[in-house]
Design a protein around this ligand. Structure first.
Ligand SMILES: Cc1cc2nc3c(=O)[nH]c(=O)nc-3n(C[C@H](O)[C@H](O)[C@H](O)COP(=O)(O)O)c2cc1C
Length: 209
């Protein structure tokens, strides 16, 4: 598929056939993911592949529990709207495979500077290092989504589940120093979602002199 077709045809797929994804296909997807550019070519990512229905169920239960706790802390009149939104946090639940990109910021520069650096600039350096890892891993994630489309697979990136990030990290054995970037539901599509709308170019682009 050419790039324009890929960009147009990629959709967030949230309903999947139960068939498992062959290991070779998952490896092709991840090969595409790790070919992404990354800040200083640090490749600050790891890619966890969860194919056990039991484990995926545990992840979904943790997210559902956090979502219920959040809902209980919302004013009554907004609870219904949140419930509908929160439903989308567990849409990975019936996927035969969930890929979990995690990342860790490299602390090369922030470890090098000494206390002559003003505090605001130190915080900016630390933010840059953390953010670079998330941005790099997100580019890998986009490669994965496009490759899945090209292979006729369905996928959706989800950050809603991060309301339970610490529980998810525990269930997946992710060390404290790493962050989960998203959960990616993956499988053979069992729906063909319609194209979603986009804001007009002139609304979101500003040319600056
Ligand atoms: C960073 C990110 C987080 C997302 N989180 C969720 C999520 O938690 N649950 C979900 O069902 N979809 C999630 N989505 C999918 C979006 O809802 C979807 O991309 C958007 O509605 C546009 O639809 P399309 O991907 O089919 O073009 C997420 C997408 C992105 C890029």
């Amino acid at each position: 598929m050419n790039l324009d077709d890929l960009l147009e045809q990629r959709r967030s797929v949230r309903r999947f056939k139960p068939d498992p994804i062959p290991r070779g296909d998952i490896e092709r997807l991840l090969q595409a993911a790790i070919s992404a550019p990354s800040a200083s070519n640090k490749q600050p990512w790891r890619w966890l592949v969860v194919s056990s229905a039991t484990r995926i169920g545990e992840l979904a239960s943790a997210v559902r529990e956090a979502t219920a706790t959040i809902q209980a802390a919302i004013p009554k009149e907004s609870q219904q709207a949140f419930a509908a939104y929160g439903e989308y946090f567990t849409r990975f639940e019936h996927a035969p495979c969930v890929v979990v990109p995690i990342c860790r910021g490299h602390a090369v520069l922030s470890q090098l500077v000494d206390d002559r650096l003003p505090e605001p600039l130190r915080r900016a350096v630390e933010h840059m290092e953390r953010h670079s890892a998330v941005a790099s891993t997100s580019l890998g994630l986009m490669n994965l989504l496009l490759k899945a489309t090209d292979m006729g697979l369905g996928a959706s990136a989800m950050t809603g589940p991060l309301v339970a990030e610490s529980e998810l990290k525990q269930l997946l054995g992710v060390p404290d120093s790493w962050s989960i970037v998203a959960l990616v539901a993956l499988g053979r599509p069992d729906e063909a979602p319609k194209a979603t709308s986009r804001k007009a170019l002139q609304h979101v682009v500003r040319f600056i002199d």
